[in-house]
Design a protein around this ligand. Structure first.
Ligand SMILES: [Zn+2]
Length: 247
């Protein structure tokens, strides 16, 4: 029996200037997405990062109070490698991020501050495909980001934001979900792949706690495999895949 051939991924929309990436943890964007970010900043697009937490529960050997500033520094360094200068933290608590109005409001406020046409987030679905279970923070932040793209444009859902000088922004045209098991679109990762490796390597303390393997060997192997898998549906070039929700 042969598997049906999956349909090709479509090229990502090109007619936008500003994107905002909203994820739960430091390293969420570097585990796959940052080759696409590098390609976009090369093309002169503006991209900012918003992280719901500082990833302070991510390293077993480091208590959260010591871990948070270290992971913040590593995240800012990894963003700079792919041309992203603005990195904000919403300070929800790592590991127990709750989906709900408070998270939606914080993300809607970030969308109003940055006024992006494209919003990027990470897999909001229960699994990474098959039986690889996703984490609750990714579900909460992914879903809240998909919702906040609409909340940001509504004057009345979070009226306190207008009082803070954040006028509604109804200009989000797409939300692109990285790491989805149902991707629809892709970006060529050829030119950005080397910087994606450098970008993930900036999370050095985290990587050293995660694996005994040489960090560069581990990171290069992971990203080559990740981009090659998407490339099977994108003309054989290394690629970063997204599930794109239009608005
Ligand atoms: Zn994460």
């Amino acid at each position: 029996m042969t598997e049906p051939t999956p349909s090709p991924l479509q090229p990502m929309p090109e007619d936008w200037r500003r994107a905002l990436a909203v994820v739960a943890h430091p390293d969420d964007l570097e585990y796959g997405c940052s080759a696409a970010i590098a390609a976009w900043t090369d093309a002169g697009r503006e991209i900012a990062y918003v992280l719901a937490t500082r990833g302070e529960a991510g390293i077993d050997t480091l208590p959260p109070a010591e871990c948070a500033p270290l992971r913040e520094r590593e995240q800012r360094a990894s963003a700079a490698v792919v041309g992203v200068r603005e990195v904000e933290f919403l300070d929800h608590r790592d590991g127990v991020v709750e989906y709900g109005p408070a998270l939606r409001r914080d993300i809607a406020a970030a969308i109003r501050r940055h006024r992006p046409e494209l919003v990027i987030t990470l897999n909001h679905r229960d699994t990474w495909g098959a039986v690889a279970w996703n984490t609750p923070d990714h579900l909460a932040v992914g879903r809240a980001t998909l919702d906040a793209a609409a909340d940001a444009g509504n004057r009345w859902i979070f009226p306190e934001l207008t009082g803070q000088g954040l006028e509604p922004w109804n200009g989000v045209r797409w939300v692109a979900v990285a790491g989805s098991s149902s991707p629809t679109h892709a970006v060529d990762a050829t030119d950005g792949l080397e910087r994606a490796v450098r970008s993930l390597l900036e999370h050095r303390t985290y990587l050293e706690a995660l694996t005994d393997e040489d960090p560069e060997t581990y990171v290069r192997g992971f990203l080559q495999q990740y981009t090659a898998a998407a490339g099977e549906r994108f003309g054989g070039r290394p690629a970063v895949a997204f599930e794109v929700f239009g608005r």
